[in-house]
Design a protein around this ligand. Structure first.
Ligand SMILES: [Zn+2]
Length: 138
C-alpha cells in the first residue's frame, strides 16, 4: 500500500515538473539585452549567472543618498538606505525594493540573497556592482 502511494507521489512530481517546464523555459527566454552598451562582463553576470571579483566594485565606497538601478533596464532595485558594509567585497543591501530582486522587470541575474543580514530584516542581498547603476538624489 505505502509503495503504491510512493509510486503515485513520484508520478505526481514528475508530471508537475513536466507541466512547469515550459514556464521555466519561457521565463529564461524573457531575459533580453535592453541596454546595448552592456560590457561583456556585465552580460556574463546578468545572463550566465557570473560573479564579479570581490572588492572591485566602485559602488562599495558609494555613500551618497539615492537609488540603485538595474544596469540593463533601469528598474529601481535598492535604496541607499538599505545599503550596508557586509565586508564580503560586494555591494550589500538589507532589503530590495518590493518585488525587485533579480530584476523583476527584465529578469536578469544580479546576485544572491543570504539569511545572515543585519537584524532589521535578516537578509543580505549580495549584488554584483557591475549590474547596478547608482543615481544619486539631487
Ligand atoms: Zn532589469
Amino acid at each position: 500500500m505505502s509503495n503504491r502511494r510512493n509510486l503515485l507521489k513520484i508520478i505526481g512530481v514528475s508530471c508537475l515538473s513536466w507541466i512547469l517546464y515550459p514556464y521555466k523555459f519561457v521565463l529564461s527566454e524573457t531575459k533580453k539585452i535592453i541596454n546595448q552598451n552592456l560590457t561583456s562582463k556585465q552580460k556574463e553576470i546578468m545572463f550566465n549567472e557570473g560573479t564579479e571579483r570581490p572588492f572591485t566594485s566602485e559602488l562599495l565606497q558609494e555613500k551618497r543618498k539615492g537609488f540603485y538601478h538595474c544596469a540593463n533596464c533601469g528598474n529601481k532595485l535598492f535604496s541607499s538606505e538599505a545599503k550596508f558594509d557586509s565586508g564580503t567585497g560586494w555591494p550589500s543591501f538589507s532589503e530590495a525594493l518590493p518585488g525587485a530582486y533579480h530584476c523583476a522587470k527584465c529578469g536578469v541575474h544580479h546576485g544572491h540573497v543570504f539569511d545572515d543580514g543585519p537584524s532589521s530584516t535578516g537578509k543580505r542581498f549580495c549584488n554584483n556592482g557591475l549590474c547596478l547603476l547608482f543615481i544619486p538624489e539631487t
